[in-house]
Design a protein around this ligand. Structure first.
Ligand SMILES: C[S@@+](CC[C@H](N)C(=O)[O-])C[C@H]1O[C@@H](n2cnc3c(N)ncnc32)[C@H](O)[C@@H]1O
Length: 214
């Protein structure tokens, strides 16, 4: 049973990493046309505005680095982490001053208390569900006490998705969601106090956003 779960997790991780390696440019173009919810207004703006200039901030699952890492880099000492090398290569072009590290959300290659703040947009949803607790626990470990967390998580209970032609690229992608209540519970169980949250009006809207404090 445990072996089956681990194998399923490994398969999803391989599909996700391989997919993002393949479609880095297509995703970057797609992302350019999207305004990231919660970044320019509401919870995201409030969270980012609360950070002291020069804070050390990790963007976990940074993709090609825009718009989020690019935005953070204007005021902070920013670090981007991603599992896909081709995403990091694009991030190097877009955000040349940021530190960029290849790694996994579930096994962060950073010391305890290494960051003042951590954000992660649309990345936890690609990690197998049984590892979401571990990811949030890693986020808590690398944040200093009192550090800020801003994460988007799933909002459709128990949704496991696969698209074999994501963004019309012919490339497969997979997702794993919990609903908003379980996602909030995972954030709190990892040790965060919820400062604010944005939940979708209808579950099918897809994402919940949590601002937490370590
Ligand atoms: C939908 S993109 C989001 C990128 C960026 N955060 C944004 O807002 O546009 C998801 C990113 O998470 C990365 N990712 C997926 N699973 C990961 C994992 N287990 N560890 C690290 N990065 C991961 C992917 O390679 C991809 O760049």
């Amino acid at each position: 049973m445990l072996l089956a779960a681990a194998t399923a997790g490994m398969e999803q991780r391989d599909v996700v990493r391989g997919g993002y390696e393949e479609i880095a440019t297509a995703y970057d173009e797609y992302r350019e046309t999207e305004t990231p919810p919660a970044l320019d207004d509401g919870i995201g703006a409030d969270c980012f505005a609360s950070l002291a200039d020069g804070s050390r901030v990790l963007d976990a699952g940074c993709g090609a680095g825009r718009p989020v890492l690019e935005r953070l880099d204007r005021a902070h000492e920013s670090v981007g982490l991603d599992i896909a090398t081709s995403q990091l290569e694009l991030a190097r072009e877009h955000v040349p001053a940021a530190d960029l590290v290849r790694g996994d959300l579930a096994r962060l290659p950073f010391a305890d208390d290494a960051f003042d703040a951590l954000c992660s947009f649309y990345a936890i949803i690609h990690v197998p569900k049984e590892e979401h607790e571990r990811v949030l626990s890693e986020f808590h470990r690398v944040l200093r006490p009192g550090g800020d967390l801003l994460v988007s998580m799933g909002a459709i209970e128990g949704w496991e998705g696969r698209n074999d032609d994501w963004l019309d690229t012919g490339t497969a992608m997979e997702w794993s969601y919990f609903g908003p209540a379980k996602s909030r519970e995972i954030v709190e169980t990892a040790g965060f106090e919820i400062v604010d949250e944005r939940l979708p009006e209808v579950e099918s809207d897809g994402f919940s956003v949590f601002w937490g404090r370590a």
